[in-house]
Structure formats: structure tokens, C-alpha cells
Design a protein around this ligand. Sequence first.
Ligand code: CTP
Length: 419
Amino acid sequence: MASAPGAERRHIVVGVGGGIAAYKVCSVIRHFTEAGHDVRVIPTRSALRFVGAATFEALSGNPVTTEVFDNVDEVAHVALGRQADLVVIAPATADLMARAVAGRADDLLTATLLTAHCPVLFVPAMHTEMWEHPATVANVAVLRSRGATVLTPASGRLTGADTGAGRLPEPTEIGLLSDLLLARPDALVRDLAGVRVLISAGGTREALDPVRYLGNHSSGKQGYALARVAAQRGAEVTLVSGAVSQPGEPAAVDVVHIDSARELSEEMTARAPAADVVIMAAAVADFRPVGVAGAKIKKGDAGPAPIELTTNPDILAGLVRARAAGEIPARTIIVGFAAETGDADGGVLDHGRAKLRRKGCDLLVVNAVGEGRAFGTDDNTGWILTAAGTETGVPYGSKTLMASRILDEVAASVPDRQD
Ligand code: CTP
């Protein structure tokens, strides 16, 4: 992906710790160089046991050194930290984080950490026991208290046959969250710790027969971005996902997969009573075929038969009604989305205001769609409307940045509701 015209070339230090996940960091380095940034890779001595310096040099296009005493005339341990706009440490091993907490400077990477004034992103990867050990837990807390961002790792397959928390988040995710910190250094503060967030994302598929369905172009990117950012702000996130066109599940998020609008409705209705915040980012089909053929529909000689449709439940409106009926706690914040094109009856924002009133939710995120906007793209723009009447414009930017702005509004509402 080439950098957008006018995008700033930034100085990024990628510190690589000595863990098996070091090989995945090659894709992260590539993400930065393809965006046009200047990347300096600083591996630890043990990282070089997993990936050779030549690989990092080739990918970054810059020399790679590990020791403070290499190229002393360049005073690299001071220069690299001072000029960095972002330091990404991946994989951040238990040992590397312990050394960062202690303020050690016994290699170029830890020395650089002591001179960096920019945002620092630690991306931990280690075995579950090491991640959950009180020493690591305390080190993570110290790093966060000093202003660093320490991601919660993913759960899943670790080295060997074991599974658990401690897996490096996908390189794409590390890239997206790094870009977010470049745009907004305080974007991943843990202000949603303990908040239970339920999010729907992607498009629904309404079956016609065992092999065909009616669907839509939703990529799921905005809903996935919300899940990813909420989880890294400390929330307990469940993502109910329809069809999406993007790889990888967000780290530290429970993902439930559904196909149809009715399945989505069942999951959201069942899970909403236990949530503090419900966000309907899914593109729900308004209609579904009246019947689903039990066997594949044949072409036949008569030509296509008309497809009779019936209306799907309006899940968002149903959740608002359930809250009014006391089936969902009154303090639950309900967020909707509106994808609008504007027409003879009014502009995008007029339709958004009308939809907020009609649906009765607390926040409505309004996006302009059509002509290549919003659907499937990486960037987004729009407005966040609240039932209280505020209207906040969100300038054009990544869907991850948009997610962080939406969650700001959510975070601002949470304390009001928990009295
Ligand atoms: N939504 C829903 N259930 C549906 C349709 C939509 O919960 N059956 C939710 C979407 O997830 C979104 C919001 O309602 O949060 C608005 O979706 P949108 O498709 O823009 O609105 P519609 O209700 O379909 O209204 P219209 O067709 O008039 O634009």
C-alpha cells in the first residue's frame, strides 16, 4: 500500500525482541516502508538467533546494529531515540519488558528506549505462564503508567502444540495500531478497562438455497476497528461478525460468527443484557427471501423465477425497545450506524438526524456512502450524533482513527450511566 499523497514520512524504530514471533515482524517493517516511512530496525542479540540482520537490513533499507559500541561515532543510542516519531517493540518478550522497566541500557534497543520521547508501543508475545506471571503483570503496569502502550496479546496457538493468551497480534493489526498512534499518540489509553462492549460487524447473508445468498458489500473494517481499539483500551469485547472481506481476528476479542440477520438478531438480543455498550456496525439486510430452497435452484427452461422477499427484524430498534421494556439495563449505551447517500429529501446529515430520532439510540455514526466512499475502503469520514443533540464531525482518516473517536464519545457517556 503506497502512502497517501502528502502523507508524512516518519521515523520509526522497530525494536525486535528474542522470540519466535520475530519472523512475523518482517511484515510489520514492510508495512512501514511501503507507507514511505524511514525505518530503523534494532534487534536484540537474541532476536538475531531467530532472524538474521541481513533480512532486517534488506527490508528496512537501513543498517542494522545491536550493540551500543557499533558505529560509536554516530552516537546511535542517542540519535535514533531522539529522532524517532514512534518506537514499536515486537515481539516484546518478558525479559525485554523487564529490562525496559529497570531502565537498563546494555544494548542499543534498551539504550534507545531511554532517549525516546515519542509514543512507544510494546507488542508482547510469550507463553501464557510468562504473560500471566506476577512479575510480567507488574512490569506491564509500570510501562503503562509511564505512558507506553502495551498491547494485550492474542489468544491462540503458541509455539508447539499449546494454546493460550500470549500470541503476537497479526502483523496487519500491529500496522493499523501503529498508524493510529502516529496519528494520535494517546489513542490507546486504557479508559475502557472493565467495560463490556458488544459489537456487530460485517454483512449478513440471506440464503436462497444451499449455495446462494443475498448479501452486501460490507467489508467489516469499521466494526473490526472498533473491536480492536476497544479491546486495546481495556474493554471486554465480544464481536458478532457476519461476512467480512478482511483477514484476521482482532487480538483479545471474543469473536462469534453468524450468517443471516435473524442469527445476528438472536446473538445480539441474547448478549446485550450483559453489555455496558452495544454497537450495531453490521450492514444488516433489510429483506430476506421468504423461503429457502432445500436443494440447489436449477436453471430450468422457464427462466428465472421471481424472488419473494420478507422484512428482517430491525435489530437496533429492537434493542432500544428491549431497553425501554427493562430487558436490557437502562444504563446500557446503544450506538447505531447510518450509511447515507443523500437524495431529494435531504442531505446525508439530514437523513442521519432523522434516523437517530427514528431508531432511538444514544449515538449514531453517520457515513456518506456511494462513489467509492466508506464501503470496503480503509478510510472513513462522517459525523457522530448524540441523542443529547451534539454533532461532532470526524475528519477523513483511517477507520481505526474513526473508531477511536467513536469510542471517545462512548467513554465520555459510560460514567454517566454507571451511577
Ligand atoms: N440495522 C439493524 N437491523 C436492520 C437494519 C439495520 O439493526 N434490519 C442497524 C444497522 O446495523 C445500523 C442502523 O440500523 O446500525 C442503520 O442501518 P441502515 O441500513 O442505515 O438503516 P435502515 O434501518 O435500513 O434504514 P433505511 O433503509 O431507511 O436507510
